[in-house]
Design a protein around this ligand. Structure first.
Ligand SMILES: NC(=O)c1ccc[n+]([C@@H]2O[C@H](COP(=O)([O-])OP(=O)(O)OC[C@H]3O[C@@H](n4cnc5c(N)ncnc54)[C@H](O)[C@@H]3O)[C@@H](O)[C@H]2O)c1
Length: 266
């Protein structure tokens, strides 16, 4: 197996991938992003990164691991091919895994290629506890996402309330993770991460809140089961150079990649 930390590739080179590249470079790590699969432009080398447009060309280049930082479509179109070719993949666009047929195809591809797909924890936490607790049975898992009203612009919340005039904390959605993922796709990664770690898309309860007093995005995961119960609340700051991505989500990608190369997974 190729374990070369100098041959890490990304799919997509937007906010997440750039933040990952910059943070690794700043830390002086021997883990380096040296290839990228992008959807536009010609195959070129720029800033120490070889860019490909075709997944087969990337496979020929021989990445040790590929970090998907692109889109749900990229998971569907590129990741099965990479797994089938024996290349491990770290997936950031977790919302895509709500598609049971795609999840099954990824599983078969990884089995064929003897490779591994890892999902990042992204903007939420407590998923390790949720996965462990599931083994003894979970009775209830609730995810509550709270954002300032302006952050819900362009979502179905606009139809049920006047976001710009909200004076108090207002619930804009209550339902399960399956409905939440399809109605609020911008929240789909977080919703999917909780659903996949716990009781699945149909059984995970989701509440989405617009709060004029909120100064950022917060995530509350609450679980009750045979193990006992837990509540975890995260108040996330955005990436300093990109307000649309939470810092913790970017850090979770870096952590997953560092873990991939550790002999002892701490
Ligand atoms: N898990 C989490 O908590 C979490 C948090 C933030 C973002 N994300 C997800 O991570 C992904 C990247 O986020 P971002 O902020 O970097 O987005 P971005 O829009 O800044 O960058 C994505 C880049 O990927 C490219 N791209 C899209 N589809 C592609 C494909 N099929 N092949 C090659 N390139 C493709 C786009 O052109 C763009 O340049 C998104 O899917 C986003 O939903 C997940």
């Amino acid at each position: 197996m190729n374990r070369d930390p100098g041959k890490v590739a990304v799919i997509g080179f937007g906010a997440m991938a750039r933040s990952l590249r910059d943070s690794l470079n700043r830390s002086g790590s021997d883990i380096k992003i040296t290839a990228g699969l992008i959807s536009k432009g010609a195959d070129v080398e720029h800033d120490g990164i070889v860019f490909f447009r075709d997944v087969d060309a990337l496979i020929q280049w021989g990445p040790s691991v590929v970090v998907e930082c692109a889109s749900h479509a990229a998971v569907r179109d590129c990741v099965p091919t990479l797994l089938r070719a024996g290349i491990d993949v770290i997936v950031v666009s977790i919302g895509s895994l709500g598609d049971a047929a795609l999840l099954n195809a990824l599983d078969r591809a990884a089995e064929h290629g003897k490779s591994r797909l890892t999902v990042v924890s992204g903007a939420v936490g407590g998923l390790d506890a949720l996965r462990a607790a599931k083994l003894a049975g979970l009775d209830r898992v609730v995810y509550t996402g709270t954002k300032p009203p302006a952050a819900w612009k362009g979502s179905p919340a606009e139809k049920s309330c006047d976001l710009s005039a909200l004076a108090q904390r207002t619930v804009i959605f209550e339902g399960n993770a399956r409905e939440a993922s399809s109605l609020y796709p911008k929240n789909a990664n977080v919703t999917a991460a909780v659903a996949l770690a716990g009781v699945g898309f149909d059984e995970t309860a989701v509440t989405l809140v617009a709060d004029p007093a909120a100064d950022g995005n917060s995530h509350h995961v609450s679980a009750v089961g045979s193990f006992g119960s837990f509540d975890i609340v995260l108040h996330n700051k955005p990436l300093p150079d990109n307000p649309k991505t939470s810092w913790l989500a970017a850090l979770s990608v870096e952590q997953a990649l560092r873990r991939h190369f550790q002999r002892i997974e701490l």
